[in-house]
Design a binder for this molecule. Sequence first.
Ligand code: GLA
Length: 680
Amino acid sequence: MTAKPAGMWFGGDYNPEQWDEKVWAADDALMREARVNTATVGVFSWSILEPEEGRYDFGWLDATLDRLWHNGIRVVLATPTASPPPWFTLAHPDAMPVTREGTRLWHGSRDTYCAAAPAYRAAAARIAGALAERYAGHPALAMWHVHNEYGTVCWCDHAAAAFRGWLQRRYGKEHDGEGGDGLAALNEAWGTAFWSQRYSSWEQVLPPRATQWRANPSHSLDYSRFWSDEMLASFCEQRDAIRRHTPEVPVTTNFMMPHYQLLDLWAWSREVDVVAVDHYFGSAGRDGHPDLAFSADRARSFNSGRPWILMEQSTSLIYGRDRILIKEPGRMLRDSIAYLARGSDSVMFFQWRASQAGAEMFHPAMVPHAGPDTRIFREVCELGQAVSRLAEVVGSTVPAEVAMLWDADSWWALENRGIPLAEVRYLDLVRADHAALWRAGVVCDFVHPLGDLARYRLVFATAAYLISDEGAQALRNYVEGGGHVVMSFGGGMVDARHHARLDGYPGPLRDVFGIRVEEFRPLAPGETVPLTGDGVPGDGLADGGHGTIWSELLRSEGAEVLASYGDGPLAGHPAMTRNSFGAGTAWYVSTQLDAGARDRLVAAVAAEAGAAPVVVGAPPGVEIVRRHGDAGRSWLFVLNHTGAAAVVEASGVDLLSGRSADGQLEVAPGGVAVLREHDA
Ligand code: GLA
């Protein structure tokens, strides 16, 4: 091969070190058959590449890269640093991770390192640099994949020292004034007057290790922030070691979707050349589709709207609560096209060939244990063909008029049990509102609280429990300038230090929403509270609906009351409000709405904000997304997740089947179409 293959990237993690040459030859033929054009190599190969400290053995990797290239396959080359070899443990026992309880972990699995340990950092940067030096100029090298799914935490003494350094930079001199060392600012920010926690020297400041009773939430929040930054610094060291040798090759790492919360992905996205994500389903059935969209919409948003990379998904696996579930036939193809619909320019899997041994030996792969004469491999080949037909879509983007705030601070603050209520989980709340938008057929971006809100007609501030002073100002400016915002219960209860807002929630945004939240009243497990529009000038939005989890004693200070609590101690008090502020509108929802009421609310606010579904009148369960290209070109992705044929209003040529649609498109049960709508 002389040039890298064109079109969407298709392939996955390839681990030939687990196999012999006979299997490699079979792999070559099967990859051609499946139209694989991309392989991620070396993710967990450290013990083979560096069998003893400082001695490298690249022979196997040389052969693999050459072989793949001759077979028409580009390589995403990984640094193997997510799994240090056993020799590393013995040489650097202090670099092994320590749990919150003080237990030091051992090798025998993967991810046994502390990202703050100097020996680990040095070894990781060294092997990254050695790989880059070795493969600089190799024609197959298309991208660097640093590490794998940064997602470990450590509470050891190295972490403690690094944490103190981070805190000194955060609460340093300028906070304490001339001659100060930041400790006074730290004491103030962490509210250490409570429970006798005042620090009188920096040595006393530790990670939030296991404690007898509830931990200090400000302390825990800062540790989450610090740890994300510490791992990011570790990534950047490897990236910079690589760039010295291959400045022209993009560097990324794979973010884990949907639910790892250890990284501030806005900050991380600024440091990678392109955003790459892994996505695995956490439940079977209908819930999976909005969840895929939830992950894909975030990936696109983290990459500033540009095409992103789906680095890993599974051909068949769904992580059930206590078991592995399997995707039904046809689902893999539809899922894969769904990622492309939302802006991915790749379809990649973990992994090419199912391992014969090891902790993930029963994890489905592109080539299963039973070999190529299998349903899964046939579906892989079918998918490879479908993906190859979508080459013209590469580089196009997905426009959105609606966004949801995404804020690691708010997530961390909530999960640190700022609110001691099990059902108030950041991800669940954001997911529920995103799913309502998905059901409404409205495409949604995610945006940082200090990001460009003005680009959107409508912004959801869901689970925005922590709002910084700057974040409050940004929301105020947005509404004042004509934006529409929907804030859900518990919004703005705390500031960036995790201190409660005084004089009523949502603190500095009270006048924007025209309300004052005086008291919150969590509901008992399973308890619901009816909502009513009776006697209030609403449009019956919440009539017949109910709230769960949470309720609030809320006073209108100018807002129009759209729904009230129909029963219980808050009977007759406002539950849902709407306020005009400047040129915009601010809605507030003080309970967790049931799905029906949430759908009515989303429809109402989207209509008022002028945010339309991609195609009006699409049947429920049919997902439709449009990608826009240059010169007015566009592609309509239609995914029928239902068991019945669906008809939608659309025109164009289906790139997958070659059939034309003129005004009406019929999509088979479980089927997919990708229409080329316009030519320039
Ligand atoms: C993650 C990892 C892979 C593999 C898969 C299994 O995404 O990156 O190495 O462990 O999970 O689902």
